[in-house]
Write a new protein. Structure first.
Length: 227
């Protein structure tokens, strides 16, 4: 959804009722409830945004994800939300810049038609220290689904959707262990291991929306896990 001049607009009008808990969570969650890594007070960091897009498929509510190409220098082969750094054309990073960037990057990476997306909320900005990105998660409802797929195989290996029911299934939950020793939530879905920043955001949304089911946090998997 956009204003008359084409700029993105946040709106909760007409959302399906099952998204109500997500809307509430986005309005009430505090930054430290999402991550201990918050943007530097100095304002440093590269401003970026990701699109957390909810749709409705054959198995009910679902999320749109993509898998980055294995040839990339950073995050190679890692499942993620569509997204990337803000460009000057996106506008004010403190205003609607992240909204425009999330839609623009999603279109460039997956072929998503922005006109079919209703943006309804943003989560607090988070920080990824390893890449120096300050990331704004932008939440959207795929009101009018359009075909998506790999636009540039040099950047994207595949584009896929994951049912929320699969993400909440305890059999698909695990703790991913990084070679350097740190760990975090992970999801074993669609022949992929979703971990890192993306898994952290999904984990927190499921938790604060009240969708989380008890799962075995002692189940640990390496990053080179394969289905």
């Amino acid at each position: 959804m956009s204003t008359s001049d084409g700029s993105p607009l946040l709106s909760t009008a007409g959302l399906p009722a099952w998204l109500d808990p997500v809307v509430h969570a986005a309005r009430t969650v505090e930054p430290l409830q999402l991550s201990r890594f918050l943007p530097p007070e100095s304002g440093a960091g590269r401003q970026s945004a990701v699109l957390v897009l909810f749709g409705e498929g054959e198995k009910g509510p679902e999320l749109l994800l993509m898998e980055r190409a294995g040839s990339l220098r950073s995050h190679a082969g890692q499942p993620s939300f569509p997204g990337g750094a803000l460009d000057p054309v996106d506008g004010d990073p403190q205003g609607e810049g992240p909204l425009r960037a999330a839609l623009r990057e999603a279109e460039e990476e997956t072929g998503l038609a922005p006109r079919g997306v209703q943006l309804f909320a943003v989560l607090p900005r988070l920080f990824i220290p390893v890449s120096d990105f300050v990331v704004t998660p932008v939440l959207g409802w795929w009101r009018t689904p359009t075909p998506v797929g790999v636009v540039d195989p040099n950047e994207t290996a595949r584009v896929f959707t994951v049912p929320v029911s699969d993400l909440t299934d305890p059999a698909n939950r695990a703790t991913a262990v990084h070679p350097r020793g740190h760990d975090g939530p992970a999801f074993l879905v669609e022949s992929a291991l979703v971990w890192g920043f993306t898994a952290g955001v999904i984990d927190r949304i499921l938790h604060f929306a009240g969708w989380e089911r008890p799962w075995d946090r002692g189940r640990r998997v390496p990053l080179d896990w394969h289905a």
